[in-house]
Write a protein that binds this ligand. Structure first.
Ligand SMILES: [Fe+2]
Ligand SMILES: [Fe+2]
Length: 282
């Protein structure tokens, strides 16, 4: 039995040589008990990078959908073809029709119809709705809807439920994953639309204020104001994680600031990055 947790970045906006880069996210998480695919990218990079990295998606036990955006759900059909008996963890609202608005133009950013139908057709025991905290194993949990708390995190954005930009999308399907290790929590985020500090705080509430060992994923700070970025850094400094691994929608400014403030703890990552965490001591 493996005595460690291994996380491989399968899809990211940046990629190591020989791998496909794509705006999106997918993490392959191997624990002593389960193999979990956290998000699936847009669909092109996932099969190519999994093959190049020697990861056989047939072995997937569980797929977690962090939220319903196309850049996290586009590879679901591929995974279901590879592993048809997989368990699918998602929030019901991940299947919502939704748009982003840029300069008055709406762009559809929801899960594609084929994927929605494929999920609908899964056996009931394969579908696990994650509205509230749910545990995949005793050491791996999912948040469900994350209450929006810190006033400094403006978690809005150009996200709407209609093409006219009238009804704001609350993105209540945005969920995050945590893994327990003896060193503390490893937190995996998709786009982090609920706010990075908000998400971490909520996970700590669920886990009796356990220390945070590592944070990996999209932090969605690309449009963060300097004030929000500074307050995020201050909050992270008080948590003192050993590893900060920003990906996907974190934004170059935020990555640079995190690198400056957390020397020795910041890991520059891309598709192809593998990190290992010890579970010894349990
Ligand atoms: Fe995203
Ligand atoms: Fe997103």
């Amino acid at each position: 039995m493996r005595k460690s947790i291994k996380i491989t970045v399968l899809v990211d906006d940046q990629a190591k040589p020989g791998l496909v880069a794509e705006h999106g996210l997918s993490l392959w998480i191997e624990t002593p008990e389960k193999r979990i695919l956290f998000d699936t990218g847009q669909g092109t990079a996932l099969p190519a990078n999994a093959a190049a990295l020697g990861i056989d998606l047939v072995r997937t036990d569980a797929v977690v959908i962090s939220h319903g955006h196309y850049d996290h759900t586009g590879g679901i059909l591929h995974v279901l073809r590879s592993a048809p008996d997989v368990k699918m963890y998602y929030h019901l609202e991940a299947k919502r029709i939704r748009y982003s608005m840029k300069q008055g133009t709406a762009k559809a950013i929801h899960m594609n119809t084929q994927t929605i139908l494929a999920i609908r057709d899964l056996l009931e025991q394969q579908k696990i709705w994650v509205h509230k905290p749910v545990w995949i194993t005793p050491d791996v949990g999912l948040t469900g809807t994350i209450p929006r708390r810190p006033p400094f995190e403006d978690t809005g954005g150009p996200f709407f439920l209609d093409e006219h930009g009238i009804h704001a999308d609350p993105l209540s399907d945005d969920i995050a994953l945590w893994l327990h290790t003896p060193a503390g929590l490893i937190i995996c985020t998709g786009c982090c639309h609920a706010g990075l500090v908000n998400t971490i705080n909520y996970i700590r509430v669920i886990n009796q204020d356990a220390p945070v060992h590592a944070i990996i994923g999209g932090f969605h700070l690309l449009n963060a104001s300097p004030e929000r970025l500074q307050q995020t850094i201050t909050a992270l400094q008080s948590l003192g994680p050993a590893q900060i691994i920003p990906l996907h929608c974190t934004g170059e400014n935020a990555k640079k600031a995190l690198q400056e403030h957390f020397p020795g703890h910041y890991l520059a990552a891309a598709a192809g990055t593998r990190v290992r965490f010890s579970t010894a001591g349990r």
